[in-house]
Write a protein that binds this ligand. Structure first.
Ligand SMILES: NC(=O)c1ccc[n+]([C@@H]2O[C@H](COP(=O)([O-])OP(=O)(O)OC[C@H]3O[C@@H](n4cnc5c(N)ncnc54)[C@H](OP(=O)(O)O)[C@@H]3O)[C@@H](O)[C@H]2O)c1
Length: 285
């Protein structure tokens, strides 16, 4: 069995490689890829193969994927460019004779109104059109996404949101990585499967503030604002309009319940409960 992982220079991809190694998959069956292989030197020292794979460079993708049974395509981080980038990766996988592609998508990708979803939905369609065997890991929110707000809460004692009473079933990156590793260890068991992955518990922003308070050892409250007020605050502190609108858009999706589903699939896949929010926040203090 040989597995190639894209985005191994990033948080999630690295955790997947580490989980595979910890689970006993021989290092020489794993290829960790990224744009800058120098960032993978420690994995290389453990016997993991490394290769440069740039979503903008189809030849690098094909060379990195050659001989692999399974590719984990970790969605890229350059929002707005990802459909073309992911298409390059899927075509390269097909050209390289890869049997199975595993893609990190977004919760309820086909129907969600979440602002980030269209690129994931388009990627899933490209994969379906490729004829490759696939697994979609439709990841919900990372608890780590609130790191910046945690640091702001330490300074200000409050969390600013326009998500209202919206709930978020977040889990830690390592939970999602463990799920990806579980699929990569036994891809045939997940052939053409769609996994809707999220945390076991959906919390609201009052509970987020309480968890931050616990992690920080200080009182934290919520400041609820309208989307218009939220955007004005964000541009007021220097965010450009596009970024501010994007952040507010994420809160709109949250308010509308797009991140609230507790499917139980993540804990079933990893064979343990997902990591409680407060536990992840404590690691970020
Ligand atoms: N579910 C969630 O809550 C959530 C939150 C944030 C992001 N995400 C998605 O999940 C992915 C993984 O999360 P993460 O925390 O690991 O993100 P991350 O730490 O930012 O890692 C992103 C990875 O994508 C790679 N990448 C970006 N552009 C690339 C390109 N043009 N060619 C090749 N590789 C490229 C990066 O490589 P370099 O080291 O070369 O930059 C990096 O390895 C993100 O990329 C994003 O799509 C999900």
């Amino acid at each position: 069995m040989s597995v190639v992982i894209t985005g191994a220079t990033g948080h999630l991809g690295r955790l997947v490689v580490e989980d595979l190694l910890a689970g006993g998959l021989p290092a020489d069956q794993i290829t960790a890829t990224g744009r800058d292989t120098a960032k993978l030197a420690d994995l290389s020292a453990k016997g993991v193969s490394t290769a440069r794979a740039d979503f903008g460079d189809p030849a690098s993708l094909k060379a990195a994927f050659e001989g692999a049974d399974t590719v984990l395509l970790v969605s890229g981080s350059e929002v707005g460019q990802r459909v073309d980038q992911h298409r390059n990766a899927v075509e390269a996988a097909k050209d390289a004779g890869v049997g199975h592609i595993v893609y990190t998508s977004v919760l309820n990708a086909a129907e969600t109104t979440l602002i980030l979803a269209p690129e994931h939905k388009a990627t899933e369609e490209i994969i379906l059109g490729s004829g490759l065997t696939y697994t979609f890991l439709r990841n919900g929110w990372y608890s780590e996404n609130y790191e910046q707000q945690l640091h702001q809460a330490r300074e200000t004692g409050t969390v600013l949101t326009s998500a209202g009473a919206g709930r978020v079933a977040s889990a830690s990156r390592s939970d999602y990585a463990a799920a990806a590793a579980a699929v990569l260890r036994d891809p045939a068991a997940h052939a053409n499967a769609v996994h809707e992955l999220s945390g076991d518990t959906a919390w609201d922003f009052g509970e987020l503030a309480a968890a931050m308070g616990e992690a920080l050892g200080r009182a934290v409250t919520v400041t609820n604002v309208t989307p218009e007020e939220h955007e004005a605050v964000l541009t007021g502190v220097g965010l450009d309009e596009g970024t501010a609108r994007f952040v507010v858009g994420l809160d709109t999706g949250t308010r509308e319940g797009e991140l609230a589903a507790t499917t139980g699939e993540l804990s079933r896949l990893i064979g343990r409960p997902t990591t409680p929010l407060v536990e992840t926040l404590r690691t970020l203090v």
